[in-house]
Design a protein. Structure first.
Length: 345
């Protein structure tokens, strides 16, 4: 797989973006027809971000020299309302809630033994959620009681990280797709080498965490991870492809179907991992194909997954499969005395 073209906005080929540029002889004309305009912009699908940058706009390919570009902003694949962001984030939170949850002034707070940011962060799901000092102090105390740092997950459209303060961490993109086209694209990758189970076995957990259960500490850790990945609304399914000789897990994934308040059923895809030595061999596509087929059988009509903005290769692959950006969110740790940070899978 070749390295995808990227922009500082976090966009990859196939994303919808708006490009702001200085008008000149080599740039598209101002769409407003303003003879006095010094700058203009164009919205379209990113085709190439080398020089010149190329976009597809209403079936037309437009080129903009790199020297003329002043900004590139990543947009959702289709217009998304704030209500839809809250709804999807609520679905995702219920499908990966950690092992303990609570509501604090409109914030959904989760704790999961410090394993993964998602299971150990607070997110403003209700419209009443605000980052006022009293609320943030209550959230901080809740996590302090569990010896965890007060980590917030902030959807950018709902709450800007800069308005909260603290230390900004990784940005994550929420990608979505309708199930019908996704199922069609993945049909050719269906494989009986993928084993689906209601619970993760030790090999699945070992592959996901990278830890071997060789002593008491590792065993405790494995049990904590098992609690995190098996929690959530709706029974999850765990996919595994094993090595033919060693039987070790070489590719895994997790799926869970969760219904949103509007009746839509979402397939949440997570824990997608392939042994680095087996990548680019189709194993990831096989795991994804079986999870999507399982989701369709369980009534899912849409799918979502989360990918870190810095993971360009995965982000580009998901977009080629038909996933598009729904929204982004960023993790922020509130300033407090030091505490053990959540582990990343």
């Amino acid at each position: 797989m070749s390295q995808p073209h990227t922009t500082k906005s976090g966009a990859v080929i196939g994303d919808r973006v708006v490009v702001r540029y200085l008008l000149g002889e080599a740039t598209p004309a101002d769409w407003r027809g303003n003879p006095d305009a010094a700058q203009s912009d164009v919205t379209g699908i990113l085709l190439d971000d080398t020089d010149p940058l190329r976009l597809e706009r209403d079936g037309e390919v437009v080129s903009i020299p790199a020297t003329a570009i002043t900004s590139v902003k990543l947009l959702s694949a289709t217009p998304v309302r704030n209500k839809e962001i809250r709804t999807l984030e609520g679905v995702a939170a219920r499908s990966w809630p950690g092992v303990e949850t609570a509501w604090i002034a409109g914030w959904f707070v989760r704790a999961g033994h410090g394993f993964t940011r998602r299971a150990n962060s607070a997110i403003p799901l209700d419209m009443s959620a605000h980052p006022d000092a009293t609320t943030l102090a209550r959230i901080t105390q809740w996590y302090a009681e569990r010896e965890l740092p007060p980590l917030l997950a902030l959807p950018e459209r709902l709450l800007k990280a800069a308005t909260v303060g603290g230390t900004e961490d990784i940005e994550v993109q929420m990608l979505t797709s309708a199930m019908a086209p996704l199922t069609e694209r993945l049909t050719e990758y269906r494989s009986d080498t993928v084993h689906l189970a209601d619970h993760p076995d030790t090999d699945w957990l070992t592959a996901y965490t990278g830890h071997r259960a060789g002593d008491d500490t590792d065993l405790d850790h494995t049990d904590a991870v098992r609690q995190v990945v098996t929690a959530g609304d709706g029974p999850p399914v765990f996919a595994t492809i094993r090595d033919a000789e060693s039987s070790a897990a070489v590719a895994i994934g997790r799926g869970v179907v969760t219904e949103s308040p509007d009746g839509r059923r979402w397939l949440g895809l997570s824990a997608l991992w392939t042994d680095p030595e087996r990548r680019r061999t189709g194993l990831s596509s096989q795991v994804l194909a079986e999870l999507v087929a399982w989701g369709a059988e369980h009534g899912a009509d849409h799918a979502y997954l989360q990918v870190e903005t810095t993971n360009r290769l995965a982000g580009a692959w998901y977009r080629r499969l038909g996933f598009g950006l729904h929204h982004s969110y960023r993790y922020v740790t509130l300033d407090t005395p030091s505490a053990a940070a959540p582990q990343e899978p």
